[in-house]
Design a protein around this ligand. Structure first.
Ligand code: NAD
Length: 479
């Protein structure tokens, strides 16, 4: 059994003396790591390390070329340890190995390369004031960033925060989720050897209400980047607001997938399956409410259900597996709590609806499709966060938009149609931060990724990251 460091401070692994953290393999329910979480004093040390590095200036004031070189070496280090990190992550998260090895780790290394390129293309604002002044705008790093990562995609999302924070010269303290800290902790260990000055990237492990709370409320933190649930986001945003610290919130989703009757049927079908069943269904950007136009509804649902029943649930280490176990016992119980009772006339189970067959251990849940009568139902309003889609027919395009936007969330939206005018209307009418037209889940790191309404505040990626992780300073001089 491995035990991760409770903290990485100044490039060194440090033990904690806080409460116990027990890490479980969701496919076997066996404990695979145990450690004492980072207590408040350790959080203090991590923040002090980040602050000292920032003030010293060996990263903040390093040239763009130096920072680019180190960011690229971080990416190379992740590539070089990709198999090892993938093994750890697969055991800890239950996400199928191929999706980690060919997806999340590639993304993690890509995040560092993207921001290395990005900072090399910085432009500046300059204003000439007649007759004799110049004013220009400097962008300076904010300082020490608290980065709080979720459990559903630790490597891709945690690395995004680290890469974007440090690219602009900040120091940071990262807190992985307590359920699955192993892969991200190993990733942070691995990049320490890539030429980062000690203290640029620190890490603390522990619970949200303990270690996480101590971190976000710490007086030495200058900004907070959070990805996780909406309820937690409100707590963290309130704490950050009380101290007037900028905060970016990437929160929950309950996104609509609108399939018009003139869609490319097979592409929309594949898209609907990927939209709800990849990453074990534990995705903020899932297309969890599938809305299908009446004319093709029966045919589409028959095909969707047929394909869902063939999705292979199994050991995440098995290359044939498409869906592994849910992340934790608690989350399994949460998802199970949405399964309609037999005989529920307003929510009819078309596929799945319970524990996956053939497993006496592990948090395995069947790919599930439930047909609902109304978007007002709890199944359509709350985030289930599992391989669990609702389906509902619609008649007019207006009906589709009304259902899509009838949500406190607004993270993403999907629309499928061969008619370009319809697609152009859909991308305007769906009220969400990202719209995927005739495609599932394209992420261009130059574009902002953020949610409307209770799906978030602010965004990550490209210029949005630059705006968040830098402060602007206007400088005027005579010319
Ligand atoms: P969560 O809110 O319970 O936990 C997320 C992180 O916050 C963990 O590291 C946790 O330890 C920490 N945390 C919890 N309470 C805290 C506190 N009081 N102070 C500081 N830190 C605290 O998240 P979850 O519900 O376990 O994660 C899944 C959620 O994340 C889903 O709602 C999902 O949609 C969302 N998510 C959003 C995005 C996005 O980009 N919008 C991406 C992935 C996941």
């Amino acid at each position: 059994m491995t035990s991760p460091a409770a903290a990485i401070i100044d490039g060194e692994n440090v033990s904690g003396s806080g409460g116990p953290i027990v890490v479980v393999d969701p496919s076997t329910e066996e404990t695979i790591a145990e450690f004492a979480e980072a207590e408040t004093a350790l959080v203090d040390r991590a923040v002090a390390s980040a602050r000292a590095t920032f003030e010293r200036g060996d990263w903040r004031a390093a040239s763009v070329e130096q920072r680019q070189a180190v960011l690229r070496r971080c990416a190379d280090a992740i590539d070089a340890h990709a198999d090892e990190i993938a093994d750890i992550e697969c055991a800890n998260t239950g996400i199928p190995y191929a999706q980690i090895r060919n997806g999340q780790i590639v993304r993690a290394a890509g995040n560092f390369r993207f921001f290395a390129d990005y900072i090399g293309q910085a432009t500046a604002e300059l204003y000439e004031q007649e007759p004799n002044y110049l004013t220009y705008v400097r962008r300076e790093p904010v300082g020490v960033a608290a980065l709080i990562a979720p459990w559903n995609s630790p490597l891709a999302l945690g690395s995004m925060k680290v890469a974007s924070a440090i690219a602009f010269g900040n120091s940071c303290v990262l807190k992985p989720a307590e359920q699955d800290p192993l892969g991200l902790t190993r990733l942070v260990e691995v990049i320490q050897g890539a030429g980062l000055p000690p203290g640029v990237v620190n890490l603390v492990n522990g619970g949200g209400a303990t270690t996480g709370d101590a971190l976000v409320r710490h007086a030495g933190i200058d900004c907070v980047s959070f990805t996780g649930g909406t309820r937690t986001g409100k707590i963290i945003m309130t704490a950050a607001g009380a101290a007037l610290k900028p905060a970016v919130m990437e929160l929950g989703g309950k996104s609509a997938n609108i399939i018009f009757d003139d869609a490319d049927f097979e592409a929309a079908l594949d898209g609907a399956l990927i939209g709800i069943f990849s990453n074990n269904g534990q995705q903020c950007l899932a297309g969890s409410r599938v809305l299908v136009q009446r004319g093709i509804y029966d045919r589409f649902i028959e095909a969707f259900v047929d394909r869902a029943k063939k999705v292979r649930v199994g050991d995440p280490r098995d290359p044939a597996t498409e869906i592994g176990p849910l992340a934790t016992r608690r989350h399994y119980d949460h998802v199970m709590g949405f399964v309609p009772a037999p005989g529920d006339k307003s929510a009819r189970i078309l596929a799945g609806g319970g524990r996956a067959h053939g497993f006496d251990r592990g948090f395995y849940f069947q790919p599930t499709i439930v047909e609902v009568d109304s978007n007002a139902q709890r199944l359509c309003q709350e985030e289930i966060f599992g391989p669990f889609a609702t389906v509902m027919p619609f008649d007019s395009d207006e009906d589709a938009y009304a259902a899509a936007n009838d949500s406190r969330f607004g993270l993403v939206g999907y629309a499928w149609s061969r008619d370009i005018a319809r697609i152009m209307a859909a991308q305007e009418r769906i009220s969400a931060g990202t719209i995927w037209c005739n495609t599932p889940m394209i992420r261009d790191l130059r574009a902002p990724f953020g949610g409307y309404r209770e799906s978030g505040v602010g965004a990550e990626g490209g210029r949005a990251a630059e705006a968040f992780y830098t402060r602007q300073k206007a400088v005027s001089i005579p010319r």
